[in-house]
Design a protein around this ligand. Structure first.
Ligand code: NAP
Length: 301
């Protein structure tokens, strides 16, 4: 089955496999969304498939671990619980994936996709340790964050992410995605999680300031999936949170805004769905910049 690359200004026509066709069209879509490429050369391009009886015109939605030429995504904190799912989803979309973390090691998963990620060492607080990986990258997705005492939470959620945003901006990365969080409106939470909440706010403001047209902040509630603790211990959080998610998706949206208890009605989301949303935000120009809240994230289930 032949497919054709038509309408290239210089009149070149090439033959592509269907999966390559899908990846090529994703590449074009992405290139149109960035300012790093010469729009005059690609504005009229479209990869199309010759239609003839029996031809399968469906795109391979799941993609493969094959690299999409020219599209590299850097996942900061890519070896973590959420980050590793994002690395996997980005690979499945055909992107080349580089993960940055302080350890620089692969996560404990035995799944084969992990072999296709470049696991690099870097500390987001020290730009020189990862700046080289950002150069030429098409997007950055940051999953750096965590808990601790107030100062630690402010540093890892706030300062570290602000440095990362500024570094990505300085080297000309076109798109930026930040995994933030929905903070439930529960009285007293600010006292306990002030560093976390203020850190997320600082980071979101930096994304808004430096990537006003191409920065997306994802605000999940609780994220579930298989959290690997060690080689012999994995917590299957889905057993608890998936039924909760199903239940809470049935309650009226307005309950989330109830005073005092509204936060209890924020539905959890799977790490896999969150990862698909992050990859879309990093590669799809039709995803609006700004905040992606829980209802928007649920569309990637
Ligand atoms: N899990 C949830 O239920 C949930 C819910 C809402 C929002 N979120 C947000 O999602 C993000 C990811 O959460 P997670 O549960 O995946 O956390 P996680 O498993 O602890 O992953 C965090 C990652 O960040 C890396 N990291 C931390 N500090 C770093 C630094 N200075 N430089 C480079 N890498 C650094 C860590 O690797 P190294 O230690 O090797 O550096 C790790 O890979 C966080 O921002 C969190 O607030 C999570």
């Amino acid at each position: 089955m032949n497919v054709f690359f038509k309408d290239i200004p210089c009149g070149v026509m090439s033959v592509l496999e269907p999966r390559t066709l899908h990846l090529a069209n994703k590449a074009l879509k992405f290139l149109r969304s960035t300012s790093n490429y010469d729009m005059r050369r690609i504005s009229s391009c479209a990869f199309t498939q010759a239609s003839h009886p029996g031809s399968d015109t469906r795109a391979d939605k799941k993609g493969s671990a094959e690299s999409l030429p020219g599209i590299t995504v850097v996942v900061l904190g890519g070896r973590g619980f959420v980050g590793s799912q994002i690395c996997k989803a980005a690979l499945e979309s055909g992107m080349k994936v580089v993960s940055i973390s302080r350890s620089g090691t692969a996560p404990l998963t035995q799944e084969p996709w992990a072999r296709d990620v470049e696991w690099a060492r870097g500390n987001v607080l020290e730009p020189q340790t990862y700046l080289g990986h950002l150069q030429g990258a098409s997007a950055v997705i940051s999953c750096v964050g965590g808990f601790g005492n107030q100062a630690e939470m402010l540093k890892v959620n706030g300062t570290a992410n602000v440095v990362a945003v500024e570094t990505a901006k300085a080297v000309g990365v076109p798109r930026y995605v930040f995994v933030s969080a929905t903070i439930p409106k529960i009285p007293g939470l600010g006292m306990i999680l002030g560093g976390y909440i203020n850190g997320k706010t600082m980071a979101e403001e930096a994304v808004r300031k430096h990537f006003p047209d191409s920065g997306v902040c994802l605000r999940p509630g609780v994220v579930y999936g298989d959290r690997i603790i060690s080689n012999s211990l994995t917590l299957p959080l889905g057993y608890v949170f998936q039924p909760v998610e199903r239940l809470l998706l049935r309650v009226p949206q307005t309950w989330v805004n109830l005073p005092l208890i509204g936060g209890l009605f924020v539905p959890p989301i799977s790490a896999a769905a969150l990862a698909r949303a992050a990859v879309a935000a990093a590669s799809d120009a039709s995803v609006s910049p700004g905040i992606m809240d829980v209802p928007m994230l649920q569309k990637y289930k």
